[in-house]
Write a protein that binds this ligand. Structure first.
Ligand code: 0A1
Ligand code: ZN
Length: 862
């Protein structure tokens, strides 16, 4: 029998429907920190105000706090606790509540609240980290003005930063100094931040449209200062872009970014003091690839854009997370499209969506972009909330058109400035500003699952009739789905003429079945649909023979042209996986004309060359054997590499002209094409590729070339691979971000013995479970390499389960992010599926499991 005292308590779920406004507001808070990594004392002075007519006590959240004193209106009070909250009975309409607590940053391995990272002290409060700093109503609809005084040893912590503007400072006793900061904008506590430590700064300035001078600072370790130029340029570009595109200006005198090396996510938009994972700040030619440079710019933009979409207008509760995240991802995507190549950016966005979000939507963890319940909110910082959330905003812009969309966002920012609001409020503002009825569109917020759209074009009597149907599969807790509003950018292209015989229009699918007529179409036409990926759906188009082949070389929309090539390959690969015979010729022909085209840019060619991923293929099937999927895809790659050998060799050679100093679309595209062509040459002839890759590795002038050559060598193996890995390690051993690549490259090798390499790497002196970047580099890369992860004997699953359990004891948030790959068991053949389930069961049976991992593992077993 289970002993009642040790029986695991099932953590309770929180429901959106249970939302109630806060009983008490906190218009102002003054904080004082005596900073010390071993023991920091925090004094908080809260001005609280009763919210509405009620006689309920003030309840404050706290976690791992040692309470030293409590006073109400200057009088000491005996603390009362209930369900982990500090309960303070109050009689009047307002009061001053003062607490003093001690916390231990040095042993805070969860990286939530105040923690130590590489000699710095820093904070992370989203979503519920502020309660690990002081007693407070830790919910986003309580907005306060902050005054923060920090004191610390001057030698160890010469720089003291917080939100807003510095207002005072000076010397203290015993070698200490202090600084005081004030943030004039009321904010929820999840946007509070402080940083203390030895930091160097890259300073610059930006003058806003209305003439305000903003002092910009990027704070890093002294050795990293030379790597901050790219982030600074991106910051200034973002500030100008948000003025131009959304009419949004920056609002404080200072904007600071700090880079820290231990961080659970990518970066954090704390008001006026963004804290970043070093990975999204630092970049130079020696250590960062083109993809890293682009990621730095995108994340800098993302966090900057949050100043309006998130900070000035914030979320009422955490179920509304997509209000700020979907909108902000859409804004950073639009920024990247405007700064680079629209088509190439869009292809990358869709690839990410398909790799990360579609599987989520089709699996046991599927949830709407506005979830209805959660056990641990951190598990909902997902590709659904972020990336599908961004697709939903993109569809709104498509439906409204750019002008009405802008009117809508203007109204949204104006109407809700300084407030904590809901997704519904956002849609309402768009509706009010545009006059569009978005009633049915709102289903995108409440229904999970990826809709499948079937399309068929029939031509008769001088017209073309498009027959459309839609259906959305059941997801956990949602058996029946209603039809969605699906905006499909559509054009008809003449089969002979190659011209648009019906120009692009947005077909709005709203019913389960619908037909659309295009009049005056006499020439046989090709159907170009869901152009630019106007809706996040799976398209299944009934194609005439030769139609995809024709679209692959003639579609006038770049994305749709890319998509036709993907569809062509997908069709053959699925046939092969099902045991049929793969016809490589149509795919080869499409890729040949793509490679030889003078009109296409190199980045597009590179994208077109990459076949649908093993993950995407598995997603299209009810169940599959990962080794069969891998073999069929590899065979097609080899066939392409063999048939197009001379074209690939030429493109590979020509791509060496990329200017290593340049980050233009052309030069980045050439490097991308170089990696893609090398991959095919390796698939066809590993020996030849080994020689090419070894030469490329030795001669590399950029990290992009070096990393792709290293990846290729690791893939084909042999003494060259070991030599290159050794040389790479020696050259970069002092640079954690590059050593992450070294771990990641080895864990990403699609081979049966990768697990053994991964196990050995986990014992390497540079490996640690305590640093999220390092853990992601090893475990994340491995779990994202299907053929290696799904080894038939289940050793990969067992290893990952062990890692999750070990990491859970240190950092539950990060540990929980490795559970979803095990939850894909329903899509895998029965033998492996059973092994995946038993790994999940073992995780669930472990004593002392965090609620983060509990939620993911229990839902994954379903
Ligand atoms: N709001 C951040 C994401 C973020 C979430 C949680 C974090 O710590 C647990 C950190 C960052 C963003 O969207 O960039
Ligand atoms: Zn964000």
């Amino acid at each position: 029998m289970l002993d009642i005292r040790t029986a695991p308590v099932q953590p309770a779920a929180i429901h959106r429907a249970d939302y109630r406004p806060p009983d008490w507001l906190v218009p102002a808070i003054a904080l004082e920190f005596d900073l010390d990594p071993a023991r920091t004392v925090v004094r908080a002075r809260l001005e609280v105000a009763r919210n509405g007519e009620h006689d309920r006590a003030l309840r404050l959240d706290g976690e791992e706090l040692e309470l030293l004193s409590l006073a109400v209106d200057g009088q000491a009070v005996d603390p009362q606790f209930e369900d982990g909250q500090l309960v303070v009975p109050l009689t009047g309409a307002s009061a001053v509540v003062e607490t003093e607590v001690a916390i231990r940053p040095q042993v805070n391995t969860k990286l939530m609240g105040l923690y130590a990272s590489g000699g710095l002290l820093c904070t992370q409060c989203e979503s519920q980290g502020f309660r690990r700093i002081t007693w407070f109503p830790d919910r986003p609809d309580v907005l306060s003005r902050y005054r923060v005084r920090m004191s610390a040893d001057r030698q160890r912590f010469p720089v003291l930063l917080s939100n807003g503007n510095p207002v005072d400072g000076g010397e203290g006793p015993d070698g200490t100094h202090w600084a005081q900061w004030e943030d004039p904008f009321p904010k929820p506590c999840y946007l509070f931040a402080l940083v203390a430590g030895e930091l160097s700064v890259n300073r610059d300035s930006f003058t806003t449209a209305s003439g305000r001078e903003v002092e910009l600072g990027i704070w890093v370790r002294e050795d990293d200062l030379a790597k901050t130029g790219h982030a600074m340029r991106a910051l200034k570009d973002s500030m100008a872009w948000d003025e131009r595109t959304y009419g949004r200006e920056y609002d404080l005198d200072r904007f600071n970014i700090v880079a820290v090396s231990d961080f659970n996510f990518g970066a954090m938009e704390n008001k006026g003091l963004n804290i970043f994972n070093t990975r999204y700040v630092l970049a130079d030619r020696e250590t960062a690839s083109d993809a890293d440079f682009d990621a730095v710019a995108a994340v800098v933009a993302h966090e900057y854009f949050h100043n309006w979409s998130g900070n000035r207008v914030t979320c009422r509760d955490w179920f509304q997370l997509s209000l700020k995240e979907g909108l902000t991802v859409f804004r950073d995507q639009s920024f990247s499209e405007d700064m680079g190549s629209q088509a190439v950016e869009r292809i990358d966005q869709v690839r990410t969506l398909r790799a990360a979000q579609f599987p989520e939507d089709a699996g046991p963890l599927a949830h709407p972009i506005r979830p209805d319940s959660y056990i641990e909110i951190t598990n909902f910082y997902t590709a659904t909330v972020y990336n599908k959330g961004a697709e939903v905003i993109r569809m709104l812009r498509t439906i409204l058109g750019p002008d009405d969309y802008r009117r809508g966002t203007d109204l949204y920012f104006e109407r809700y400035d300084g407030q904590a609001v809901t997704c519904e409020d956002f849609v309402q503002a768009l509706e009010d500003a545009s006059g569009h009825d978005l009633t049915q569109f709102r289903r995108w917020y409440s229904q999970a699952g990826t809709p499948t759209i079937r399309a068929r074009l029939v031509q008769e009597d001088g017209a073309a009739v498009l027959h459309l149907t839609q259906s959305t599969p059941p997801t956990p807790g949602q058996a029946d789905k209603l039809p969605m509003v699906v905006p499909l950018r559509t054009a008809l292209i003449g089969r002979e003429s190659g011209r648009e015989v019906a120009g692009e229009q947005v077909v709005l699918l709203t019913e389960a079945e619908q037909t659309v007529r295009f009049e005056g179409v006499t020439e046989p036409a090709l159907l170009s649909i869901n152009r630019d990926f106007s809706a996040p759906v799976i398209m299944q188009v009934e194609r005439a023979a030769g139609e995809l082949e024709a679209l692959a070389i003639s579609d006038t929309d770049s994305f749709a042209r890319y998509e036709a090539i993907q569809e062509l390959a997908l069709r053959e690969l699925l046939k092969g996986i099902g045991g049929g015979e793969v016809q490589a010729d149509p795919v080869i022909a499409a890729l040949r004309s793509t490679l030889l085209s003078n009109a296409l840019d190199p980045a597009f060619k590179a994208d077109a060359l990459i076949l649908p991923s093993e993950t995407m293929l598995a997603e299209r099937l009810d169940q599959s054997d990962p080794s069969v999927v891998h073999r069929v895809r590899d065979d097609l790659r080899a066939a392409i590499g063999t048939a197009l050998r001379s074209e690939l060799e030429d493109a590979y050679a020509a791509s060496s002209r990329a200017d290593p100093e340049s980050l233009t679309g052309e030069d980045k595209g050439l490097r991308r094409l170089r990696a893609a062509t090398l991959g095919y040459l390796a698939a066809a002839d590993p020996e030849r590729a080994r020689a090419l890759a070894a030469a490329q590795f030795d001669a590399a002038r950029t990290m992009t070339e070096r990393q792709s050559a290293l990846g290729m060598l690791a893939m084909v193996g042999g003494s060259e691979a070991e030599a290159a890995l050794g040389a790479f390690y020696e050259r970069f051993k002092g640079d954690p971000l590059v050593i992450d690549k070294w771990f990641g490259v080895q864990a990403s090798v699609a081979a049966e013995d990768t697990i053994e390499r991964v196990e050995a790497l986990a014992a390497h002196p540079d490996f640690t479970l305590a640093n999220p970047n390092r853990l992601r580099a090893l475990a994340g890369s491995f779990a994202a390499t299907p053929f290696a992860f799904h080894r038939a004997d289940g050793r990969g699953y067992e290893w990952l389960a062990d890692v999750i359990l070990k990491a859970d004891a240190i950092n539950p948030q990060t540990a929980a992010r490795f559970v979803p790959p095990l939850g894909r068991w329903r899509k895998v053949e029965p033998g492996r599926a059973a092994l995946m389930r038993s790994a999940l069961e073992r995780i669930l049976a472990a004593p002392g499991l965090s609620k983060d991992v509990f939620e993911q593992a229990s839902k994954s077993l379903g």
